[in-house]
Write a protein that binds this ligand. Sequence first.
Ligand code: UDP
Ligand code: MG
Length: 320
Amino acid sequence: MSRLSIVLPSYNEEQNISVTARTLSDLMEAEKIDYELVFVDDGSKDNTFLEIKKVSETNLNIKGGTFSRNFGKEAAIFAGLEMATGDAVIVMDCDLQHPPAMIPKMWEMWKNGAEVVEGIKKSRGKEGIFHRAFAGLFYRVMSALIKMDMNSSSDFKLLDRKVVNVLLELPERNTFFRALTFWAGFKTETVEYDVQERKYGTSKWSFGSLLRYAISNATSFSTLPLQMVTALGVISIGFSLILAVQTLFNYLTGNAVEGFTTVILLILIVGGFIMLSLGIIGNYIARIYEEVKGRPKYIISDVAGDVNGNVLGAWKKRER
Ligand code: UDP
Ligand code: MG
């Protein structure tokens, strides 16, 4: 019998763990699906891990781990994939904003041969206007950079074991789970869902963390910003040629003293372009630096339930 693993990244979700665990296990039992729930506590400051331990003691199909500190949702997803043993793995938020009612449908699609089932947001649920505008901009830029439609995509997905193994073999540390499944390919189908409202707790995203997430994903998935630096250079060379002709003309006709405004503007504009370009290049160098250090994506400090013991404080050393 095939088994379904459900991976649930959790950060400061103490109010959600038991409700989510009960909702999902009731659903799996009603649908007669052999399942396991993998909760990954992303270094929460509240009692999330205690809650995970509690539910794992009452239900043998539940297991999980906790990080030594907050490593971010990407890391939590990858730790969950590493701990999952199922033939298919679903990744979903643990605040029930991704409707569990979609799971039986995704499972059916997998049984009928789909290797990736992408959850597509039909509506985005309740979000502040600021958040919505920023998310909209972020996904438009991302879609252009990655050349994939990211606007309605989400982290709610089902992956076949083959796909999970591909993702786990990737040597890079800076991952963007949402786009990596597009990148990996495989037989992909989609299901549409409505984002539910959060019942307990609050969203973990602040404007700052969204911005960092956006920049990190854009640089880890595309080199287009670097090519934009070249384009900026070409544009300013074009302008400087025109200005050179004008300046020489003024000099030869004896009007060279004027044009102070032009000089100031040029210094400001060119200076701005150079700083911006340095920033973009610097960002990529920072990414390379982080990758080269080869530090792990996460450190697991404790586990709950039936988890392979050697994940504790250890990580795969990958050959380069
Ligand atoms: N999350 C996480 N680590 C973080 C931030 C969030 O594991 O640093 C988890 C969180 O517990 C939730 C999911 O990622 O299960 C989505 O987070 P949230 O609900 O805050 O985001 P939103 O739904 O508002 O986009
Ligand atoms: Mg949420």
